[in-house]
Design a protein around this ligand. Structure first.
Ligand SMILES: NC(=O)C1=CN([C@@H]2O[C@H](COP(=O)(O)OP(=O)(O)OC[C@H]3O[C@@H](n4cnc5c(N)ncnc54)[C@H](O)[C@@H]3O)[C@@H](O)[C@H]2O)[C@@H](O)CC1
Ligand SMILES: Nc1ncnc2c1ncn2[C@@H]1O[C@H](COP(=O)(O)OP(=O)(O)OP(=O)(O)O)[C@@H](O)[C@H]1O
Ligand SMILES: [Mg+2]
Length: 369
C-alpha cells in the first residue's frame, strides 16, 4: 500500500515538474518572439533613395601580427648581426624586443570575421583599424573591407580620431592581442569615442583592457560588452572583487551591468544572457554543439550594426526597452541561427566562414518575415 502511494506521489510530482518546465519553455519562446519583433522594428528599410553609408559605417579595432623570430643577439656572429640589423630596418621592428615580449599573437581572422559580418548584416562600409603587419593579410581575405594599418603607429589615436566623425559604431577588441603599445592606443581610441558619443561594442582583448581599467567604460551607456565564459569571469572579478555565481548567470550579469553603471553586458554561452542593469533577457535560439573559433567575432561585428540601427530607431521602436538590449538580442539570435544552419550543412567541419555565408538567410528568417 505504502509503495503504491509513494508511486502515485512521485508520478504527480513528475507531472507538476514537466508542466512547470514546459510552461517556462513556452514563456521563454513567447519572450523571444516578442523581442524578435522589437528587433524587426529597428531595421531600416532598404530604399533606392538612400546613399552609400546611410545604413551604417562600422569600424573594427583589432588585428595584430607580431613576428615570432627567436634571436639572441649576443650569440650571433658579426655577419649575422649585420644581417639582423638590415632585417630590423626592412621590417621596421625590434626583433630583440619581439623575442623579449615572448608569446607572440597573430590574429587576423577575428577582425576579418567581425568586419565582414557587419557588411553581411547590412552595413554599407566596414573599416578595420589594425597593426601594420596585419593589414595586407586582412585585406587579402576580402576586397570589401577598408583596412587602415595604423594601430601600432605612434599617432594611432589621432589617425583613428580623424575617422570617428564618419563612423556610426566601433567594435573594439577582436584579434587585438595584449601588447601594451596597442592597448595604450586603444585606450585613447575608447576615450575619443566616448567623448563623441560613438557607440562601442567591446569584445575579446578589448575586454582584457576593460578588466584592467574598468573606469574606461564605467557609466558609458552606449557601450555593450560581449564576454565569453572566461572573459566574463575576469571582468566580474575585476569589477566586483569576487567570483561570479556560476549557478546564477542572470544575477551575475545583472550585477556586473549595474556595477559598471548600466553598461549592457552579454554573457555568451549555452544560453546568452543579456542585461542593461534593469532587464535581463535570455537568448536560447537553437544553435549547435559546434564551437569553432570566430563565432563570437561574428556576433560582435553584427552587433556593431544593430547597435547603430537601434539607437537611430530610438526607444519608441523598442517599446520602452533599452535599444542596446534589443540590438544585443538580435545579434545573439542571428549568430546562433547561422551556427544552426551551417551545422545542418557541414556538421563537425563547420567553421566560422560557413556561418558567415549563412548571415543573409538567417537574418531574413529571423527579422524579415
Ligand atoms: N581566427 C582568429 O583570428 C580568432 C582569434 N580570436 C582572438 O583570440 C584572442 C583570445 O580570445 P579567446 O576567446 O581565446 O580568449 P582568452 O584568451 O581569454 O581564452 C579563453 C579561453 O577560455 C576557454 N573557454 C571559452 N569558453 C569556455 C567555457 N564556456 N568554459 C571553459 N573554458 C572556456 C577557451 O578555450 C580559451 O582557451 C582574441 O583576440 C580573439 O579575438 C578568437 O576570436 C577566435 C578566432
Ligand atoms: N554551449 C553553447 N551552445 C550553443 N551556443 C553557444 C554555446 N556557447 C556559445 N554559444 C554561442 O556561440 C556564439 C559565440 O560564443 P563563444 O562563447 O564561442 O564566443 P567566443 O569565445 O568569444 O568566440 P570567438 O572564438 O569568436 O572568440 C554566441 O552566439 C553563443 O550564443
Ligand atoms: Mg571572443
Amino acid at each position: 500500500m505504502a509503495v503504491r502511494v509513494r508511486g502515485v506521489v512521485i508520478r504527480a510530482c513528475k507531472r507538476v515538474l514537466e508542466r512547470a518546465f514546459s510552461l517556462h519553455k513556452a514563456h521563454s519562446i513567447k519572450d523571444m518572439e516578442n523581442t524578435s519583433q522589437l528587433v524587426r522594428n529597428i531595421i531600416p528599410p532598404l530604399s533606392a533613395r538612400k546613399h552609400k553609408g546611410q545604413d551604417g559605417r562600422i569600424g573594427v579595432v583589432g588585428g595584430c601580427q607580431e613576428m615570432d623570430i627567436k634571436v639572441t643577439v649576443g650569440h650571433l656572429m658579426p655577419r649575422a648581426r649585420i644581417f639582423l640589423a638590415v632585417l630590423e630596418v626592412t621590417l621596421n621592428m625590434d626583433l630583440q624586443e619581439a623575442r623579449v615580449r615572448g608569446k607572440p599573437r597573430r590574429y587576423t581572422g577575428a577582425p576579418y570575421f567581425a568586419a565582414i559580418s557587419a557588411l553581411k548584416v547590412g552595413a554599407d562600409l566596414s573599416h578595420v583599424f589594425c597593426a601594420r603587419e596585419a593589414a595586407p593579410v586582412i585585406k587579402a581575405y576580402s576586397p570589401e573591407l577598408i583596412v587602415h594599418p595604423i594601430l601600432d603607429s605612434p599617432n594611432a589615436v589621432h589617425e583613428v580620431e580623424k575617422w570617428l566623425p564618419r563612423l556610426h559604431a566601433l567594435v573594439v577588441g577582436p584579434g587585438l592581442g595584449r601588447d601594451d603599445v596597442l592597448l595604450k592606443n586603444v585606450k585613447g581610441i575608447l576615450e575619443a569615442s566616448k567623448a563623441r558619443g560613438i557607440p562601442v561594442v567591446v569584445d575579446a582583448d578589448g575586454l582584457w583592457l576593460v578588466a584592467q581599467q574598468p573606469a574606461l567604460i564605467q557609466g558609458y551607456q552606449k557601450a555593450v560588452l560581449t564576454p565569453n565564459h572566461m572573459e566574463f569571469g575576469r571582468l566580474y572579478e575585476a569589477v566586483l572583487r569576487g567570483p561570479a555565481d556560476s549557478a546564477d548567470h542572470h544575477g551575475s550579469v545583472l550585477r556586473l551591468s549595474q556595477a559598471l553603471g548600466n553598461v549592457t553586458v552579454v554573457l555568451k554561452g549555452e544560453h546568452d544572457v543579456i542585461s542593461d542593469g534593469q532587464q535581463v533577457l535570455t537568448c536560447s535560439q537553437e544553435g549547435s554543439s559546434r564551437r569553432c573559433g570566430g563565432q563570437g567575432d561574428l556576433l560582435s561585428g553584427s552587433l556593431g550594426v544593430l547597435v547603430h540601427w537601434a539607437l537611430l530607431a530610438g526607444p519608441e521602436k523598442t517599446n520602452g526597452s533599452s535599444p542596446l538590449l534589443v540590438a544585443a538580442f538580435g545579434a545573439c539570435a542571428l549568430t546562433r541561427l547561422c551556427n544552426y544552419q551551417a551545422f545542418q550543412k557541414h556538421g563537425r567541419s563547420t567553421t566560422t566562414t560557413d556561418m558567415v555565408a549563412e548571415v543573409g538567410v538567417a537574418f531574413s528568417k529571423l527579422f524579415e518575415t
